[in-house]
Design a protein around this ligand. Structure first.
Ligand code: FAD
Ligand code: DLZ
Ligand code: SF4
Length: 525
């Protein structure tokens, strides 16, 4: 046993027993340090449920480590002395334990990594920052995949090719070097709208224990002005409950995950989606175990190929790809705004009070649950922000605040690259812009909306209909260069002047409407 005592600093999104900062940790010698700090909880005004979830998961993780015999120095937010930020809290812990060596796993986002690098000098300790093995592709893997043979960075990247590479590397759903079933991707089978006869399974609910209740009281007291409802709280917060939840998903929801992946239904926030991102992103679940359990369900004949392939693609494809793009393109990527979108985020994003029923549903569910599924995020909320030309910075901040799975590395490229096309097509081959007819096809929202989805112009027309054409027209210079937009840009060019005038005046009236007035980022709660 080496003599030197090591302080092992574990961050709130590193709650995995297999995290690299715990490699070789020795009971009786080392100290594991964890800290709830105000600077993180208020870096943006995170949803109350997000803070409660993370603090409770951190406290339970610390208890699990103590049960193994480790010494855990856990700084609670309401401790008598809490210096309020990672750097100062770590400095005090170094002093308290008299260590010369600190080990941590690299933070998931640039802001905290830069801070960590500065601690080395400030604290005059040996600080080892280890790579995060929970991701399947390392930074080097991604850079080498993304860089051309001549060493140049391409103008765009396509997730599909990265995904195939990841399938080959992991061997998931592969048979004799070929994709299972003969196709890499079964997305075309995954766009069904949901018939009334299909009932999604009901999600298990995890009663808050006394530790969670204590955290909920703390959050209610200290973060009352933050967005979102804290009650009811039923997230799994322990490794054991997270595993049970994953098992539930694989049996009950995964079989329907493929067919109804793009569907939306009023009063059904989850449908067949997994709600696993919150648990994977904070470390309670490992992405590999999620994929392996899903693959086993396919091999045992318990879930169809289109569902399991779709699910595995989201994790080893999209999730890893998004993280690769973040580290490849940061820090400039956060400022991308190719379409020069400058309108402020409307106030109803904080209240859910809008006459557009699709947005009212998606935002109210977000407020209640700190969750909305991918199609709500992309094709309702993201699509609206895209076609209404909302400032990408304001959209980024909103998405980072409101979802319990939101961390900069994953939220930001999804907003900038996927939803807003603010990077000019580095991530998405064309903007995910859609009019009301898409929303009507994939959901039952329009039936109870005050707007008419089939009406193209005038006061009663669905705003998505004219905003869509207004968006194309406002951004014609950029979008006409995009080959995949050829057909629709051709239709725009052929549009009669009086119809175009109608689109513009409907849009102007809409933007002048009181619902559309910004509420300002600092008043976000
Ligand atoms: P499922 O539909 O069940 O998918 C399974 C898993 O695949 C997810 O748990 C997640 O780990 C992974 N996944 C799927 N799509 C993506 C993706 N595009 N990027 C990364 N992982 C993906 N995801 C986050 O984890 N955090 C965010 O802050 C976040 N912000 C987003 C913002 C926008 C504008 C958009 C369009 C997408 C965002 N996503 C984000 C991606 C995706 O919407 C969520 O991962 C998903 O909705 C989480 O719900 P789920 O676990 O039920 O997912
Ligand atoms: C999101 C978050 C919040 C709200 N609070 C804390 C905290 O008090 N302590 C902590 O260790 N982590 C917290 N986190 C997660 C961190 O923001 C996340 O680990 C870093 O951003 C990763 O770079
Ligand atoms: Fe949304 Fe338009 Fe449908 Fe209303 S009519 S729910 S605004 S798509």
């Amino acid at each position: 046993m080496a003599e030197e005592k090591i302080l092992r600093f574990v961050l709130g999104d590193q709650l995995s027993r297999g995290i690299s900062s715990l490699d070789g940790a020795e009971v009786g010698r080392d100290v594991i340090f964890m800290a709830e700090v105000m600077a993180e909880a208020t870096s943006v005004k995170h949803h109350k449920k997000k803070i409660a979830f993370l603090f409770s998961a951190m406290r339970h993780f610390a208890d699990d480590l103590r049960e193994e015999g480790f010494t855990v120095d856990y700084l609670r937010l309401d401790a008598e002395r809490n210096p309020g930020d990672f750097g100062s809290a770590l400095a005090e812990a170094v002093e308290r334990h008299g260590v010369n060596r600190v080990v941590m796993t690299e933070p998931s986002e640039v802001r905290v990594l830069e801070a960590a690098e500065s601690w080395r000098e400030e604290l005059a300790v040996n600080l080892d920052i280890l790579s995060d093995r929970r991701f399947l592709a390392s930074h080097e893997d991604f850079v080498s995949w993304a860089t051309t043979d001549s060493g140049a960075q391409p103008k765009s990247l396509r997730m599909e090719y990265f995904y195939r590479e990841m399938r080959r590397r992991t061997g998931y759903l592969m048979k004799d070097g070929e994709p299972e079933g003969g196709q890499w991707n079964y997305d075309a089978d995954n766009r069904k709208s949901l018939p009334d006869s299909i009932r999604p399974p009901s999600r298990p609910r995890f009663e808050p224990d006394s530790m969670t209740r204590e955290v909920m009281r703390l959050v209610a007291e200290r973060f009352d002005a933050h967005f979102g409802d804290i009650e009811p709280f039923d997230y799994p917060v322990t490794r054991k409950d997270a595993e049970a939840y994953l098992d539930w998903f694989v049996v009950e929801a995964l079989p329907g995950f493929g067919d109804w992946q793009d569907a939306m239904k009023q009063g059904e926030p989850l449908l067949f989606h997994s709600h696993l991102s919150t648990l994977i992103n904070c470390g309670l679940l490992d992405p590999r175990e999620c994929c392996e359990k899903a693959e086993k369900a396919y091999r045992d004949g318990r879930a169809p190929l289109n569902a399991v392939e779709g699910f595995i693609r989201q994790i080893i494809g999209w999730r890893e790809f998004i993280r690769g793009v973040y580290w490849l393109k940061m820090p400039d990527y956060a400022d991308s705004n190719v379409l020069d979108a400058t309108r402020p985020l409307p106030g109803f994003f904080w209240t859910g009070k809008t006459e557009m029923n699709c947005l009212a549903q998606a935002i109210s569910e977000t407020r209640a649950n700190a969750y909305a599924h991918h199609i709500q995020r992309l094709m309702i909320i993201g699509n609206f922000c895209l076609i209404a030309g909302i400032d990408p910075k304001e959209v980024q901040e909103w998405f980072l605040i409101v979802y319990s799975d939101a961390y900069d590395w994953v939220e930001m490229p999804n907003v900038v690259g996927m939803a807003l096309f603010a990077d000019g097509g580095f991530v998405a081959s064309k903007p995910y812009a859609a009019s009301g007819s898409y929303i009507n096809k994939m959901s039952d929202y329009c039936g109870s909306c005050r707007f008419e989805v089939k009406q193209k112009s005038g006061e009663k027309a669905c705003p998505f209909n004219y905003l869509y054409w207004n968006f194309l027209s406002e951004n014609e210079d950029v979008l006409r260069k995009n080959q995949r937009m050829g057909l629709v840009m051709g239709s725009l060019r052929k549009m009669k002047q009086n119809r175009l005038d109608e689109v513009r005046s409907d849009s102007e009236r809409f933007f002048a409407n009181s619902e559309m007035q910004g509420w300002g980022r600092t008043e976000s709660a």
